[in-house]
Design a protein around this ligand. Structure first.
Ligand code: GLN
Length: 276
């Protein structure tokens, strides 16, 4: 079997079991099997695989077919152009979360900001992307899960930004040492009834009955933890923009709110500029 045939076989198996993007998923698994990048794989479609490689590849395809996310199978996921180590202890970074990183980078560059906080850092993908792109920034990365912090710390070493990030264990803002210029949070916001857990940690997704429990709690704790003139950037779920605006209005009546849509046209990021 050559590489091209292996990809075709994976596509057929994964299509049959209703897996989304079967060709891409097969490609990710074959690249992992052969430890090659995309360009190398596509330049070697006619090359024969060894029997051991075929067996290993088909094992991975079978795990995917049974529902295990490919990021957990390969142990990594690309986010904002960087590879992050992930396992079952953290949420798999989502492409739509790149929006909150883009907004934070833009705000940092246009203002005299220094410090940021990433609340519920998980794999560390937001904090680490920011640290990689912004000279002079310091990021506090907080999480209630010490397992997640362990992975985030490993990712910071992998991307050589460990000196720009302080990892802190604790519940939401309680352990944050002082006010920051920009606070970013991709908190769990999935409604309890819409939770469809396959492999990811419940702690990273469950936002309570309306999905807004954690966002609500964070906003309640936020006064005094962001400087006047600073920003709060929240990732939200589909259909939550109005409810989140109301929550923010309660805590920061003078805050200036902007909403940004992701590439699918869904309201995804709520930005608040604190006046004063
Ligand atoms: N966007 C994620 C999902 O729908 C949820 C992420 C979160 O709760 N912060 O699976």
């Amino acid at each position: 079997m050559n590489c091209g045939q292996a990809l075709e076989q994976a596509r057929l198996i994964l299509t049959d079991s209703g897996i989304d993007e079967p060709f891409l998923e097969g490609e990710i698994l074959l690249r992992h099997t052969l430890d090659v990048d995309r360009a190398t794989l596509f330049a070697s479609l006619n090359e024969e695989l060894t029997p051991v490689q075929v067996a290993l590849f088909l094992q991975l395809v079978e795990r995917r077919r049974l529902g295990e996310p490919s990021a957990y199978i390969t142990g990594s996921r690309e986010f904002f152009g960087l590879d992050f180590k992930v396992d079952r202890r953290v949420l798999i970074p989502r492409p739509e979360t790149e929006l909150v990183v883009e907004k934070a980078i833009d705000l940092y560059r246009r203002n005299k900001y220094d410090t940021m906080a990433d609340i519920g850092t998980g794999s560390g993908c937001i904090a680490i992307s920011l640290a990689r792109h912004l000279a002079g920034v310091h990021v506090y990365a907080l999480d209630i899960s010490s397992d997640a912090l362990e992975i985030a710390a490993q990712n910071s070493l992998l991307h050589h930004v460990q000196d720009k990030i302080t990892f802190i264990h604790g519940d939401l803002l309680e352990p944050l040492p002082g006010p920051v210029d920009i606070m970013i949070a991709n908190l769990p916001y999935v409604k309890k009834t819409e939770m469809n857990l396959k492999s990811e940690p419940e702690l990273a997704l469950d936002g309570g009955v309306e999905g807004l429990d954690k966002i609500n709690n964070l906003c309640r704790q936020a006064p005094g933890k962001i400087i006047p003139g600073g920003r709060l950037l929240l990732e939200i779920g589909q259909g939550q923009a109005e409810a989140v605006k109301a929550i923010i209005h309660n805590t920061f009546p003078d805050g200036v709110i902007d909403i940004y849509k992701d590439l699918s046209g869904i309201d995804r990021v709520v930005s608040v500029r604190l006046t004063g």
